[in-house]
Ligand binder design. Structure first.
Ligand code: SF4
Length: 226
């Protein structure tokens, strides 16, 4: 779960935690499908991140920003102050977090966007409402499997992209009309979270009801008179 310490209890923290739960369920459902299916991404592929930068909803950007602040604080700061150096040279046309020099490529894996989690291991629903699945072209497989074919051949179904997306969007319905390129969205989300943490800590300091550990407590045991 992404760290929301410093703004726990806020609406933004509940969106981030809710999306974390959706992401955990995606992983669990895909695990079932991966075990049943013979199709797996070739080791070190990363083709889906080349010449591609996700456009994201605000909730995804907030999740990634919280993850960056917790796990890669210096990188988060560099994104905010404009000194961030993308790990690849042609980052203008590709995801700014893609690193071609490592076998795993994604440098924000735990905080990555929704589409990054859905691609390759989720299906979609046809007009009849049934799940269908089309393997990534890197897998070199046939065009598309129907739900019946999937069940007959593999005995399992991949999760449906539309079901997951609807669940993710329901966490923050006010912002579903807006998708923004990742680099811009994550920078804005970082500013928001830093401001939120700052306000939360100021409020805590100024809270007159907050007990001061240095003040004598009326309930503290008093020394006995001799
Ligand atoms: S966030 Fe990671 S997985 Fe998603 S496009 Fe960028 S490098 Fe690829």
């Amino acid at each position: 779960m992404v760290e929301t310490e410093g703004f726990a209890g806020s609406r933004i923290a509940s969106v981030i935690d809710g999306l974390g739960a959706v992401y955990a369920d995606i992983e669990a459902d895909q695990e079932v499908w991966k075990k049943a299916s013979p199709f797996h991404c070739p080791s070190g592929c990363g083709a889906c991140c080349v010449h591609f930068e996700p456009v994201v909803f605000e909730s995804e950007a907030l999740f990634m920003a919280a993850w960056l602040l917790h796990h890669q604080a210096e990188r988060a700061q560099s994104l905010m102050d404009g000194t961030f150096v993308p790990p690849r040279n042609d980052s203008d046309s590709s995801c700014l977090f893609f690193d071609p020099s490592t076998p795993w490529h994604c440098t924000v894996y735990g905080g990555r966007a929704l589409i990054c989690r859905l691609f390759a291991y989720t299906g979609d629903r046809g007009k009849d409402g049934l799940i269908r699945w089309k393997p990534c072209k890197e897998l070199g497989a046939r065009t598309q499997y129907s739900q019946d074919e999937l069940l007959e051949r593999f005995g399992a179904l991949p999760p449906a992209m539309s079901d997951i997306t609807a669940r993710a969007l329901s966490l923050d319905p006010d912002s579903v009309h807006l998708q923004v390129p990742l680099r811009e969205a994550v920078r804005n989300a970082l500013y928001r979270l830093v401001m939120l943490k700052r306000f939360a800590s100021q409020n805590e300091e100024e809270d007159p009801d907050k007990p001061n550990p240095d003040s004598p407590s009326p309930l503290a045991p008093q020394p006995l008179a001799s």
